[in-house]
Unconditional design. Structure first.
Length: 256
């Protein structure tokens, strides 16, 4: 699936999440030294190493990872991805392009699943014609005066969407961990991996050496079952992710 883009909207969020996490952890051990707001601010602005961040993130005390949210945008993913990712509701907020208020007549596009992309051309044509027919019926219903919300029921699950996701670092770890396992669609797994990169979640924490080829030039490493939270670490560098996970940057497929 090509034409799917992800970006972090609050670039300062990762750094601030690190600082807040370290500060919250230190506060529990230095309460007796704080006599004024100035003392508290000195503690807040104390320097720390990346190793400190990793150590605290690995502790079984997630509260310190919940004092900042990281907000990202996903453009071009299907509404099937929307249905899977929005099952996470704890400490997560979403804003999606609305079928009720948006008019997709003449503007809609649909995603092509990897299973269809790898199939024979005859099968690809069946899928494309089906989606295109749904979009044409949607446009026809809108033209006949049916409201966008009602007409939206005729659109395919492959309809491309725009989604904003805001979550704490702890919940990003949880979501990415659950959405990279094989119980998800291939689209969701790759989208989750792209999200792991931009929010700097270390995929090696929840992946194993058992690989499954999605495309000939793209592989995800995962396990059928989700590993427990104790395996997860967060707030690492993008370079680490790229060095440990074999994912080609060129995405396959054509947008209709």
């Amino acid at each position: 699936m090509d034409h799917i883009e992800t970006a972090i909207l609050n670039c300062y969020g990762i750094r601030e999440a690190e600082q807040n996490m370290v500060f919250a952890a230190r506060l529990t051990q230095h309460g007796h030294t704080i006599q004024s707001m100035a003392d508290l601010m000195d503690l807040y602005h104390q320097s720390y190493s990346q190793k400190t961040v990793e150590n605290i993130a690995g502790l079984p005390h997630p509260t310190v990872q919940k004092f900042m949210v990281i907000t990202v945008a996903v453009v071009g993913a299907s509404r099937r991805f929307l249905a899977q990712i929005t099952r996470h509701q704890n400490e997560v907020k979403y804003m999606s392009a609305s079928l009720q208020y948006s008019n997709y007549s003449g503007h809609a596009a649909f995603a092509i699943p990897y299973g269809i992309m790898k199939a024979d051309k005859e099968i690809q044509d069946i899928y494309k014609k089906s989606c295109q027919s749904d979009l044409e019926h949607y446009t026809e219903l809108c033209t006949l005066g049916i409201d966008h919300d009602s007409a939206g029921y005729a659109t395919p699950q492959g309809l491309r969407n725009v989604l904003i996701i805001s979550a704490t670092p702890y919940q990003w770890k949880h979501m990415i961990g659950q959405r990279t396992c094989r119980r998800n669609t291939d689209e969701t797994r790759i989208d989750a991996t792209d999200l792991a990169e931009i929010v700097q979640i270390k995929p090696d924490s929840f992946c194993t050496g058992s690989d499954r080829s999605i495309l000939s030039e793209r592989k995800l490493y995962g396990k059928t079952d989700v590993l427990p939270e104790s395996y997860f670490k967060t707030l690492d560098t993008v370079r680490y992710l790229k060095s440990r996970l074999s994912i080609a940057h060129q995405k396959g497929g054509e947008q209709p």
